[in-house]
Design a protein around this ligand. Structure first.
Ligand SMILES: [Fe+2]
Ligand SMILES: [Fe+2]
Length: 246
């Protein structure tokens, strides 16, 4: 199955290109992706422990193993990149522009919740596969990192397909309702992420505005007041507390 980037990601291609073109930022993103994949792998291993369904247990274990392998692939590539680069410099991260597989969403794993989990995993894997398809396109100049995304993408497509098939088996007629529910949950989390990113940008802007626009007039007034003081003027001293002069 060929996975294509979403329409939105295709429209934002220049932005993705800009995010990934800095090799330091690229390495840090790969390290963050490695953490996300490893977290996902642990959550899915937990789901394998809890499910009463033997087929799902086997599939979850394979899935968890894949995610841990992805974590290794991302981490190894990030280390290789970092070792080949000069000292790191500070750069704009823009994590909210290029999230990893599940972004900030955590998989919720509970006993008897295979339907909801499969719906959530299906949507997450689909989003990840489309995002990774975009990343591999904008990384055309870095063949080695691109090869890592190629490798991971194959597994994500498999995860996307098996979760959809198993959802149809486990939840039968309720599979559409589960998907709708999971989609709403993801939308709410996306809204929270966007709101947090906007609040952070606005907070930084307001602080800069205070520093560069509001503070300078006060500093100027204070300097003028100091220049206007007559020569030999000694500012009043605070009274000495009784008894301390002896
Ligand atoms: Fe993965
Ligand atoms: Fe995956």
């Amino acid at each position: 199955m060929v996975v294509r980037p979403s329409v939105l990601d295709r429209a934002l291609r220049p932005l993705h290109h800009w995010v990934w073109r800095d090799p330091h930022r690229c390495a840090r993103k790969l390290l963050r992706f490695a953490d996300t994949e490893a977290d996902g792998g642990r959550d899915i291993s937990r789901a394998a422990e809890l499910t009463p369904d033997p087929l799902l247990r086997r599939l979850y274990l394979r899935h968890a193993h894949d995610e841990l392998r992805h974590a290794d692939l991302f981490r190894t590539r990030a280390r290789t990149l970092l070792l080949s680069l000069p000292r790191a410099h500070a750069s704009f991260e823009a994590n909210w522009l290029a999230p990893g597989e599940r972004g900030l969403d955590d998989v919720r794993v509970g006993r008897g919740e295979d339907g909801s989990l499969l719906a959530f995993l299906h949507l997450s894997e689909k989003a990840a596969a489309r995002r990774f398809a975009m990343y591999r396109q904008v990384l055309a100049y870095d063949r080695e990192t691109q090869a890592v995304f190629d490798e991971v993408l194959k597994d994500e497509v498999y995860h996307m397909s098996y979760t959809r098939m198993q959802l149809a088996r486990v939840a039968a007629q309720r599979s559409h309702a589960r998907l709708r529910q999971a989609r709403l949950g993801r939308l709410w989390k996306a809204y929270l992420r966007a709101a947090a990113a906007l609040a952070s940008v606005l907070g930084t802007l307001l602080l800069r505005l205070q520093y560069f626009v509001i503070l300078p007039p006060f500093a100027l007034l204070a300097r003028r007041a100091q220049q206007r003081e007559p020569e030999g003027f000694v500012p009043a001293r605070s009274p000495t507390p009784l008894g301390s002069q002896y």
